[in-house]
Design a protein around this ligand. Structure first.
Ligand SMILES: Nc1nc2c(c(=O)[nH]1)N=C([C@H](O)[C@H](O)COP(=O)(O)OP(=O)(O)OP(=O)(O)O)CN2
Ligand SMILES: [Zn+2]
Length: 118
């Protein structure tokens, strides 16, 4: 199995409104998000690629247009815009375009990662 990944970056605000009173994430705040898109294939194409990294620009464009400098509660229409749910959303968007997509991981801070893999 061949595996590749590419990282994408954006900044956004969110508020986990269902958290208990006093939880820091119940307050409006923001992160510099890192998204890692992971793809896998048993076979390589004629160029020796799983998928050409440059072909993933549509994913970057989607993130830039829909997520960068936006409020994730509004973008995802959710009171729970967690890293887990964002990873699931981005996985499903990318999987519909590239069948080789196998997982998406999302980092909110330098110390945290949430990863969705069906
Ligand atoms: N499982 C999850 N836990 C938390 C999420 C999440 O999406 N999934 N989100 C948050 C906050 O939004 C944010 O990520 C802050 O997390 P925190 O652990 O406080 O991050 P820090 O890097 O600031 O960690 P410190 O230990 O305070 O330095 C919270 N939980
Ligand atoms: Zn947060």
């Amino acid at each position: 199995m061949y595996r590749i990944s590419k990282e994408f970056h954006f900044s956004a605000s969110h508020q986990l409104v269902n958290m208990p009173a006093g939880h820091p994430c119940a307050r409006l705040h923001g992160h510099n998000y890192v998204v890692r898109l992971e793809l896998a294939s048993e076979e390589l194409d004629q160029y020796g690629f799983v998928v050409d990294y440059t072909a993933l620009k549509a994913f970057k464009d989607y993130i830039d247009d829909a997520f960068d400098h936006r409020h994730l509660n509004e973008v995802l229409d959710s009171d729970l815009p967690t890293a887990e749910l964002l990873a699931r959303h981005l996985h499903d968007w990318a999987k519909a375009r590239w069948p080789q997509v196998c997982a998406v991981a999302v980092s909110e801070t330098p110390k945290t990662w949430a990863r969705y893999q069906p």
